[in-house]
Design a protein around this ligand. Structure first.
Ligand SMILES: Nc1ncnc2c1ncn2[C@@H]1O[C@H](COP(=O)(O)OP(=O)(O)OP(=O)(O)O)[C@@H](O)[C@H]1O
Length: 242
């Protein structure tokens, strides 16, 4: 896990600051930039001035307890829920002022029950590719690659309804990747997943970031696949990252 704690003052902080200046680091413009994001449902402030950056080629984990506002924050990043205040930019594209363009850059992993399970794994991926605008040949190639990467090649002809929980999670991850997004958004992706499936998913995420993709992942506890972790509490994202 990469360590980068922002300094807040004091001798220790100054020392860390000096070390940060003297250590050469790869500087990456953030793929996702969130600033002062806020959302309220009735009287309840659910996201309260949240800000964060996801650097290119990284997995950033948002970790917080149930009800801390993670899902709401993700919904504003993926363009599903308009914020009351604040900005979301993906590669400099404003997620709300340039909604359609931004949505082409971002993909969210769907919930298991949000994919049509009467399709086979292969049919599902090809269909998702076609819907995303790929031509038939590219969609079929992408489906084949993702079926192999997610360990589902042997099950590609079975309907998703026949898949185990872990297989469903893997095919859902594949559906999010089929159109090659720049930013992948995952809400509790490993919940209830067997360890073999989770390990395969982590490998898929690592190859996605190795090719320059970025991931924003929310969960209730820190995940080993994360390069950076930010704590979320009562709708606020802690400035410290580790
Ligand atoms: N559409 C909505 N209308 C009213 N309240 C909502 C709505 N969506 C979320 N909330 C409330 O906002 C709060 C934060 O919910 P959210 O799902 O964002 O938290 P979370 O951190 O993702 O929790 P979990 O880890 O359980 O998924 C909760 O109290 C929830 O009841």
């Amino acid at each position: 896990m990469r360590t980068s704690v922002r300094t807040t003052g004091g001798a220790g902080a100054r020392e860390r600051g000096r070390r940060a200046v003297s250590t050469p680091q790869r500087v990456q413009a953030p793929v996702l930039r969130v600033r002062a994001l806020a959302k309220q449902f009735g009287d309840q402030v659910v996201v309260d001035g949240a800000g964060l950056d996801v650097p290119g080629g990284s997995v950033l984990g948002l970790v917080g307890p149930a009800g801390s506002g993670k899902t709401t924050l993700l919904a504003m990043v993926t363009g599903l829920l308009p914020p009351d205040e604040g900005t979301v930019q993906v590669l400099g594209v404003d997620a709300w002022a340039q909604h359609a363009r931004a949505r082409q850059l971002v993909a969210a992993m769907p919930d298991d029950d949000a994919v049509p399970d009467s399709l086979t794994g292969r049919e599902l991926l090809i269909w998702k590719g076609l819907v995303a605008g790929l031509d038939a040949r590219t969609a079929a190639e992408a489906a084949g690659l993702l079926l192999r990467a997610t360990g589902l090649a042997e099950a590609e002809g079975r309907t998703v309804a026949e898949y185990t929980v872990g297989m469903r999670r893997r095919i859902c991850l594949a559906t999010a990747l089929v159109r090659r997004p720049k930013l992948l958004v995952l809400d509790d992706p490993f919940a209830g997943v067997d360890e073999d499936s989770a390990a395969t998913m982590r490998v898929v995420l690592r190859s996605f970031t190795a090719e320059g993709g970025s991931v924003l992942l929310a969960s209730r506890s820190a995940e080993s696949v994360c390069d950076l972790v930010c704590a979320v509490e009562r709708g606020r994202v802690a400035t410290g990252q580790r």
